[in-house]
Design a protein around this ligand. Structure first.
Ligand code: ATP
Length: 315
């Protein structure tokens, strides 16, 4: 049985609107998600014994059953015990390039890669939508990470409508190395401060749909209008994260001062990204903001928008 190497891209949120509470305890969301070329590499190899081993080259990523990649393998083992019995267990090696607890879905994309890789290795023959349904059991971002590209995500983020691929935009990302924002904290704090604006579960679908303001962003994407996309970036979670973390606001302002298409915190943060129309412009902005803030704790990356989710690495 052969080994598989997979590329697992990070995502950014071009749009994140919190619509209201759901009866399952999650929030009802309207998001526009975008895959970028910053990616982890996941190597999966058969080991012959009935166990799952996870290794990661990043000291802060757990190697035990709490790793989302492990959880993905465990879920498939539970669903398809005969596959584990026939083919044996696996060793999963994660080469981590995506910063952790960064709002870039790093753990979710690793889990997505394990679902796709094990489906191939164990010859399960699952369709993409079957993989996405399994992925949603691990985390709301996992289905998007499998599918990738540009998509409108509703429900708790797992109901996806693909949008026109945007492959002409570039992004600069920056994150303070020792600053992590817990996703749970961000949503709980938002609920405490803004739940009076929520649409309740009981209100009808039409009211809920009228509340969603993502239409102009979707239209800008359909026209591949980078300048409009930049102006329409939106993330409700900035309302709780920026007052709590002034250095994230400072970073956002530094990007803004460079005349980028637009800048925003991704997901629950604390990564801030800025959009540009070329790689050269992305590199210029990176150097300018690095000089402006001059903090050795601040890490930068540049990446390109990509139109694929999990894919096999070229060997
Ligand atoms: P999201 O954008 O989906 O909220 P995130 O990018 O903010 O995710 P992750 O990088 O997925 O956050 O990590 C969140 C926590 O999950 C980490 O602190 C880490 O302990 C744990 N974790 C479990 N598995 C992984 C993994 N494969 N990679 C990174 N972190 C993982």
């Amino acid at each position: 049985m052969r080994s598989y190497s997979l590329i697992a891209p990070a995502k950014i949120n071009l749009y994140l609107e919190i619509i209201g509470d759901r009866s399952d305890g999650y929030h009802e969301l309207a998001m526009v998600l975008q895959s970028i070329s910053l990616a982890d590499q996941i190597d999966i190899q058969p080991i012959g014994i009935d166990t799952i081993i996870v290794r990661c080259d990043h000291a802060e990523v757990p190697n035990d059953h709490t790793n989302l990649a492990y959880r993905a393998a465990a879920l498939l083992t539970k669903q398809f015990p005969e596959a584990m019995a026939q083919f044996g267990g696996v060793e999963i090696n994660i080469k981590k390039n995506i910063p952790i607890a960064a709002g870039l879905a790093g753990g979710s994309t690793d889990a997505a890669a394990v679902l796709v890789g094990l489906d191939l290795m164990w010859q399960l023959g699952l369709t993409q939508s079957e993989l996405e349904v399994l992925g949603a059991q691990i985390g709301s971002d996992v289905p998007f990470c499998i599918q990738g590209g540009t998509a409108l995500a509703t429900g708790r983020g797992e109901e996806l409508s693909p949008l026109k691929n945007l492959d002409n935009l570039y992004v600069v990302l920056a994150k303070y190395r020792n600053l992590g924002i817990s996703t749970i904290w961000a949503y709980q704090t938002y609920r405490q401060q803004f739940s009076q604006t929520y649409i309740s579960q009981a209100q009808d679908l039409e009211t809920r749909q009228h509340r969603v303001h993502s239409g102009p962003m979707v239209s800008a994407i359909m026209h591949a209008d980078g300048s409009a996309i930049g102006k329409l970036l939106h993330n409700d979670l900035e309302k709780v994260a920026l007052p709590e973390h002034p250095q994230v606001l400072e970073l956002r302002e530094a990007f803004e001062s460079q005349g980028v298409l637009g800048t925003m915190m991704s997901g629950s943060g604390p990564t801030v990204f800025a959009l540009t129309e070329s790689e050269a412009e992305a590199l210029r902005v990176l150097e300018a903001v690095k000089t402006q803030i001059a903090n050795p704790e601040l890490d930068f990356w540049t990446a390109k928008f990509v139109s694929t989710g999990i894919r096999l690495a070229q060997s």
